[in-house]
Design a protein around this ligand. Sequence first.
Ligand SMILES: CC(C)(COP(=O)(O)OP(=O)(O)OC[C@H]1O[C@@H](n2cnc3c(N)ncnc32)[C@H](O)[C@@H]1OP(=O)(O)O)[C@@H](O)C(=O)NCCC(=O)NCCS
Length: 205
Amino acid sequence: MADAAPYVHHSSSVDDGAEIGRNTRIWHFCHVSGEAKIGRDCSLGQNVFVADHVVIGDGVKIQNNVSIYSGVELEDYVFCGPSCVFTNVKTPRSDFPRRDVYERTLVKRGATLGANTTIVCGVTIGQYSFIAAGSVLTRDAPDYALMVGVPARRVGWAGRHGYRLKDVGNGKWVCPETEWVYQASNDQMRCLSWPEEKPLVESGR
Ligand SMILES: CC(C)(COP(=O)(O)OP(=O)(O)OC[C@H]1O[C@@H](n2cnc3c(N)ncnc32)[C@H](O)[C@@H]1OP(=O)(O)O)[C@@H](O)C(=O)NCCC(=O)NCCS
């Protein structure tokens, strides 16, 4: 991959002090606050806001109209669909500002948040989990979980490539597109076809 300084469209504003990694592209009408950290190879679509103290890993894609508020952390290769909504105060009242009590939301490596999802603050979204378009996530999502609906419930499992896994018995699940094999036990899923710690992007697969 080319190695270039970050690109910031002239309509966007990046406050002094913000850290932005190489190859990251920031498209139209974005605002990145001064105490935000954004990794390399990321893409921020139109009208994305990144608040102070937000940490965004490498290879993260954020589609149009997404605000990442203080308290949110996105690990490497997270995908945020268009207009997905984060929150950081569970019981907001204009009368009683709660600026000091932002709750943490952690989105782990490779997770996908579909278009228009709402993430109620204080949850952890497991690695490679998939939150379906329009869902409202109110609880933690396990690794590889396919979460759907309002409130979001686990309806199946999604593999690393994003496809719904097929149950082939004995706790084994297979991706119908790639034939990668996964193992379920105690309501947890792990990938047997590739070591957990190696991101697909770096391996070229
Ligand atoms: C979750 C998702 C991956 C499911 O895809 P799928 O496995 O092919 O599912 P299907 O289309 O076969 O649907 C299976 C069932 O789930 C329902 N369903 C699918 N997506 C749903 C969603 N987002 N919310 C609620 N129900 C959903 C379908 O209506 C169907 O229900 P039925 O069996 O009663 O008819 C997909 O629907 C989705 O939400 N993708 C995210 C798209 C997105 O946001 N992209 C952003 C970048 S553009």
